[in-house]
Design a protein around this ligand. Sequence first.
Ligand code: AMP
Length: 500
Amino acid sequence: MNANLVAIFLSRHAGHEAKPALLWNGETVCTFGELPAAIGRYRAALAQLGVKQGDRVMLKAENSPHFALTYLAVLASGATFVPLNPAYTPSEVALLVEDADPVLLVHSAATAVPPDDGVIARATLEADGSGSLTRLAEGLEPDVSVAEMAETDLAAILFTSGTTGRPKGAMLMHRNLSSNVAALHEAWRFSDADSILHTLPLFHAHGLFVALHLGLYSAATVHLLGRFDAAKAVALLPTVSVFMGVPTFYTRLLDREDFTREATAGIRLFVCGSAPLLPSVFATFEERTGQRILERYGMTEAVMITSNLYEQDGRIAGTVGYPLPGVELRVVGGAGRQELPPGEVGEVEIRGPNLCAGYWRRPEATAEAIGPDGFFVTGDTGFRDASGRLTIAGRSKDLIISGGFNIYPAELEMVLAEVAGVTDVAIIGVPHPDFGEAVVAVVTAERPDMDPALIEAVAAEKLARFKQPKAIRIVPEFPRNAMGKVLKAELRQQFAGLFS
Ligand code: AMP
């Protein structure tokens, strides 16, 4: 059987020919019946530009239907898809081009790319202008064949969003993507009766491998937007059955008065992930809509790893649930990295069909991350309860050691986010002459003149003394990456001199 993910998707569309596969801002791009030819035209265009099986094609663009079709055409060609964050600067792109070594760089006309040195073929994505991939595709006979691929052949290389260090390319195989979408389809009870409001960036695993894949695998319509816009989302919610987002999307929805129980009545599933969802947001959401957000945990290297259970009472605030079927997870610690008992915080390691083949052209980084027994060190810390339910405590790099005590930022963040008037909290460790590191709470608040003493009082009441922040700083907003993750390295730099 052809393990090409596109072949798997197309094999599941029989009987749905007339149904829209993709909507773009409300307009039908193509039906499931038209999808093979829509992909096939891009496939023919890629071939004209010299793309062959095994090559890499890089795409730097914002969301659009052209993006989704180009992606599927790259896979159908047997080539490897390498999406880039459109926010990258030309010098960042140049480094990644050198690393990924693509035969073709496709980009939206508006995004910055390095000057064309003639070495790598170039095309723009949008239909207008010369040198456009879409325009070329529109004039060609579709090639509706799908290259024969093995399960372990590469489908995509995604550079990890890199909140720290130089980006590494995670090598995702067809098997990783097909096994994960099948597991999510089951776990989240998808069917052809669903339709998904998709406002996540397609250059990231969450938008590409979760939201888009679930639609294609389930023969469910994907309603794609260029980006998240709370007003648009509220207007469109009555037309779909599933919404997926990162925590900031949910906060912004809750900021709107028209985000009500009525507006969400037709939605059967709200999913959240990519960064921790504050229990206060989970609770406000439930009060407002009568529904619980289903939080899941994943990462570029392993797509989705754990999920809360589908039933409303299986969705618990502050936890990320249980490993998906087929995924093994352990929490380890100590010198021998032995498995820890329930309740003890350690490093999260995973193994399973979802785990990538390693990092592109980085054998040392791969060996460091994936041990001889095949378990991958996620870099996240957490603990399991007696039933195996996982709670994420932070990134191991975020771990603060103050006066010899280990402090897990996520625990403090959850406590301090509950303080009235506080909207979000980032806990960081900064150098301290006496303690080695000192805990600093960087806070955003409803009022910029909020009295930090209110936060201090709650910390004193609820946290052991060694965990209490040595300083509290109220800021207008946090630096964040495209997925809404707080860039703690920037905060650490900003507050590095507090105690020196
Ligand atoms: P990325 O590779 O950009 O998807 O980032 C993956 C990282 O995001 C993980 O290693 C976690 O640190 C974080 N992450 C993803 N989902 C969650 C979640 N539900 N709660 C806390 N952190 C999360």
